[in-house]
Design a protein around this ligand. Sequence first.
Ligand SMILES: *[C@@H]1O[C@H](CO)[C@@H](O)[C@H](O)[C@H]1NC(C)=O
Ligand SMILES: *[C@@H]1O[C@H](CO)[C@@H](O)[C@H](O)[C@H]1NC(C)=O
Ligand SMILES: *[C@@H]1O[C@H](CO)[C@@H](O)[C@H](O)[C@H]1NC(C)=O
Ligand SMILES: *[C@@H]1O[C@H](CO)[C@@H](O)[C@H](O)[C@H]1NC(C)=O
Ligand SMILES: *[C@@H]1O[C@H](CO)[C@@H](O)[C@H](O)[C@H]1NC(C)=O
Ligand SMILES: *[C@@H]1O[C@H](CO)[C@@H](O)[C@H](O)[C@H]1NC(C)=O
Ligand SMILES: *[C@@H]1O[C@H](CO)[C@@H](O)[C@H](O)[C@H]1NC(C)=O
Ligand SMILES: *[C@@H]1O[C@H](CO)[C@@H](O)[C@H](O)[C@H]1NC(C)=O
Ligand SMILES: *[C@@H]1O[C@H](CO)[C@@H](O)[C@H](O)[C@H]1NC(C)=O
Ligand SMILES: *[C@@H]1O[C@H](CO)[C@@H](O)[C@H](O)[C@H]1NC(C)=O
Ligand SMILES: *[C@@H]1O[C@H](CO)[C@@H](O)[C@H](O)[C@H]1NC(C)=O
Length: 435
Amino acid sequence: MKFLTLGALLIGAVTAVSTGRVPHGAQIIPANDKSSLRNIGAHGQKYPDRRTVTIRPSKNDTDDISDDFLWGIKHANHGGRLLLKKGKTYVIGKKLDLSFLNNVEVQLEGEIKFTDDIKYWQANNFYYSFQKSITFWVWGGKDIKIFGHGTLNGNGQAWYNAFAGREILDSSNTFYRPILFLTDNATRVSVEGITQLNSPCWTNFFVRTNDVSFDNVFINAFSTNASALPKNTDGFDSLNVNGLSVTNTRVDIGDDCFSPKPNTSNIFVQNLWCNNTHGVSMGSIGQYSGVQDIIEHAYIENVTLLNGQNGARLKAWAGQNVGYGRINNITYRNIHIENTDKPLVLDQCYFNINATECAAHPSAVNITNIVFDNIYGTSSGKNGKEVVDLTCSPNAVCSNIHLSKINLTSPAGSPPVIICDGIQGDIGVNCTSST
Ligand SMILES: *[C@@H]1O[C@H](CO)[C@@H](O)[C@H](O)[C@H]1NC(C)=O
Ligand SMILES: *[C@@H]1O[C@H](CO)[C@@H](O)[C@H](O)[C@H]1NC(C)=O
Ligand SMILES: *[C@@H]1O[C@H](CO)[C@@H](O)[C@H](O)[C@H]1NC(C)=O
Ligand SMILES: *[C@@H]1O[C@H](CO)[C@@H](O)[C@H](O)[C@H]1NC(C)=O
Ligand SMILES: *[C@@H]1O[C@H](CO)[C@@H](O)[C@H](O)[C@H]1NC(C)=O
Ligand SMILES: *[C@@H]1O[C@H](CO)[C@@H](O)[C@H](O)[C@H]1NC(C)=O
Ligand SMILES: *[C@@H]1O[C@H](CO)[C@@H](O)[C@H](O)[C@H]1NC(C)=O
Ligand SMILES: *[C@@H]1O[C@H](CO)[C@@H](O)[C@H](O)[C@H]1NC(C)=O
Ligand SMILES: *[C@@H]1O[C@H](CO)[C@@H](O)[C@H](O)[C@H]1NC(C)=O
Ligand SMILES: *[C@@H]1O[C@H](CO)[C@@H](O)[C@H](O)[C@H]1NC(C)=O
Ligand SMILES: *[C@@H]1O[C@H](CO)[C@@H](O)[C@H](O)[C@H]1NC(C)=O
């Protein structure tokens, strides 16, 4: 029996790979070998069968299979699939450059888990100057699909413990933490069905990427140490991206749920659920002096936001030495918000720029053609009766902002207060100035 399995394995391997050594425990099964594909859980998936590569799983949490993973994805590239089996863990302990992908699938049924060797990762990573980001690996190329019921595990606990007490926005901070999933220079990336667990820092960051979609994904970050909570574990961030779709997804983390950053256009969000987050934000943008940032053409529909700091938000920098750009053509529709400090926010005097300063140095990020339609639920009451806060820079472009069917209440009392400062034209609801 043992001999037969080994024999079949070797034949499979030998028929498919013409050159190079097959790593111990790896296998390549042709697309037409249905029974072998069925045996390993690769046949009868949502997508047609492909040449399928498997690699050996890890024996324990330090058994690094990153070389096997790299071999596997290279052999799955150009039309094949890498299968990571159900019930198995694949530990990655070395940084991986996956920038060469072209028409590849990863069927993740088991778990990919990164080592928590902080010393190693802080010395070995891919670095992005935008907000001093680092990552374990970079995915690039085209037609990349990740699907399955498995987990991408950032193994963040050691990072949460070590980062406790520090601030990412502190300009002297040099304690960088890896992003769990990062694409760069990629086209057509889709991720479906998986769980993304305990990222050390942001969960997803898309850079120079066109057409990325997430469907039916669960993002969660939690700590078992009450004095070291996960920080900056944002669900979705982007930079220079055209085409970003997130559907049927749940996010339970302590930072932004969905927050596209500079130069993101054609955004589609539908059926998103966010718990304990800082909300669904456009921006912030316009931070860096002399740099133009744009976010436009976003349709955000059917989002549930529970227990958060913010609900739906737009934010652009004001003050001295900041950048310019626009947030344009954004629709938030059918948004359910509960127990949230600031349910609906437009802040064109970001970050904490006071009214005098904001009038003297208004934002150069135009905010135009914005719809908030059918936004309902309750605030936490933390900001009293205030449920909506729209603050535009005086003398900046902040126009065609339209609110309809706003039914937000506050446990602190009624009537709820809608603040609007510096907005040009009628916004569709009665509102008052903060002063
Ligand atoms: C983990 O597995 C590797 C590879 O089999 C082995 O060399 C190592 O000793 C194991 N480590 C522990 C802590 O069991
Ligand atoms: C982007 O990827 C393409 C191949 O898909 C490659 O030709 C090009 O050099 C890459 N660009 C950069 C800036 O890495
Ligand atoms: C919890 O985090 C704190 C702060 O970093 C740390 O001092 C402590 O050792 C951690 N506790 C455990 C059990 O790891
Ligand atoms: C809205 O999204 C929730 C998930 O958050 C989903 O259960 C519900 O079916 C969606 N509603 C519609 C009308 O699609
Ligand atoms: C949402 O988060 C709260 C903590 O704020 C937690 O008690 C609750 O179980 C979460 N809801 C779900 C459905 O996971
Ligand atoms: C956004 O795109 C503009 C070109 O339109 C570019 O000059 C700018 O550097 C980009 N912003 C960032 C932060 O990359
Ligand atoms: C606004 O964005 C939507 C996508 O959400 C797009 O279909 C529409 O064409 C855009 N409108 C304009 C005027 O560009
Ligand atoms: C902002 O609006 C001003 C005035 O309409 C316009 O001149 C400028 O081009 C706009 N900026 C951007 C980046 O769209
Ligand atoms: C507003 O902020 C500016 C710059 O930080 C500061 O100089 C000024 O005192 C502040 N004004 C008020 C009224 O707080
Ligand atoms: C507003 O929401 C409350 C529940 O939060 C509901 O009782 C009320 O009927 C809603 N009003 C409108 C006009 O939809
Ligand atoms: C605004 O308030 C005025 C006076 O109370 C009222 O007549 C008007 O209908 C209100 N408009 C809206 C859009 O609620």
